[in-house]
Design a protein. Structure first.
Length: 294
């Protein structure tokens, strides 16, 4: 009998949730950046093998520092995902249990099966400390399994899948076998562009930027995409554009290359920058920018 089910990937910001999702699925479905708040939506990635379909739900990192409408929506997305899945991957940095980790751990439903995923074991300097840390974490909750991994290197992710399978219901597959995500190309285009925005503007654009796809047309193998980068301040607009427009050109060029690889076709991408002050704390604006389903 085949098994299929939903697995929420949760944890505080920057523990590698999106990297893990992309590694498991084998494609960049969720964008990755060192900045907190990179993942703002629930992103579904699908892995199907001969007998099992794993449907992963990558959630935003639970936010405790900021209380605007965007962050309230992101936190709601986390708690809603926890109620709708068959299994939870609670992701942490190996060897570290922070106040942020404790906050997320307290959110997990008491009766839900939870696998503790200790990520970044390749960065753990004192390997001998891993076993005592595992014992310490096992005392905090009755985890269904404890699996140390390196998502970036793909170490022990096969063991994680093996541990997860028994918790998925015996039922037919939920999606076609060749699907990688339930997200539209329009959504993925916006996410790819936002990833390049975050990566190429450093810490100068911390949280005050997003991307809106204003037009998405398909003409055979060609996709024509018109996108606006939305920032909170005029000073941010100047940073995104860069000297002689070089930063914006690079953002668009690198995003286009990623889109062409994922969509397996040519992409015409036109990008400009808009200023919408206070967008992250304006619920009407958030909905118009695609955050109504956080």
């Amino acid at each position: 009998m085949s098994r299929a089910g939903y697995i929420a990937i949760v944890g505080r910001p920057n523990v590698g949730k999106s990297t893990l999702l992309n590694r498991l699925v084998g494609e960049k479905i969720s964008i990755v950046s060192k900045k907190a708040q990179t993942t703002r939506h629930r992103v579904t990635g699908i892995l199907t093998d001969a007998h099992t379909q794993y449907v992963f739900v990558d959630t935003p990192g639970f936010q405790t520092r900021f209380t605007n409408a965007l962050n309230r929506g992101m936190n709601h997305g986390v708690t809603q995902a926890l109620a709708d899945v068959d299994l939870i991957f609670f992701v942490m940095d190996a060897g570290t249990f922070s106040a942020g980790d404790e906050t997320v751990l307290k959110l997990l439903p008491k009766d839900a099966p939870v696998i503790l995923v200790l990520n970044k074991i390749d960065q753990l300097r004192e390997k001998k400390l891993l076993l005592p840390f595992l014992k310490e974490m096992a005392a905090r909750r009755d985890f269904s399994a404890l699996v140390p991994i390196s998502a970036s290197r793909g170490q022990h992710t096969d063991a994680l899948l093996k541990a997860a399978r028994p918790f998925l219901p015996e039922q037919p597959f939920l999606y076609p076998e060749d699907d990688l995500t339930d997200k539209s190309e329009r959504f993925l285009a916006a996410e790819y562009l936002r990833e390049k925005l975050f990566r190429l503007t450093g810490d100068e654009i911390p949280y005050g930027a997003t991307v809106a796809i204003e037009k998405f047309d398909e003409d055979g193998d060609l996709r024509r995409i018109y996108a606006a980068i939305v920032v909170d301040r005029e000073s941010h607009k100047a940073i995104v554009i860069g000297k002689k427009g070089e930063t914006l050109k690079r953002i668009a060029s690198e995003a286009r290359q990623d889109m062409e690889r994922l969509f397996a076709g040519k992409v015409y991408l036109e990008v400009w920058v808009k200023v919408k002050s206070g967008w992250a704390d304006n619920e009407r604006l958030l909905k118009s920018l695609g955050y109504d389903a956080l």
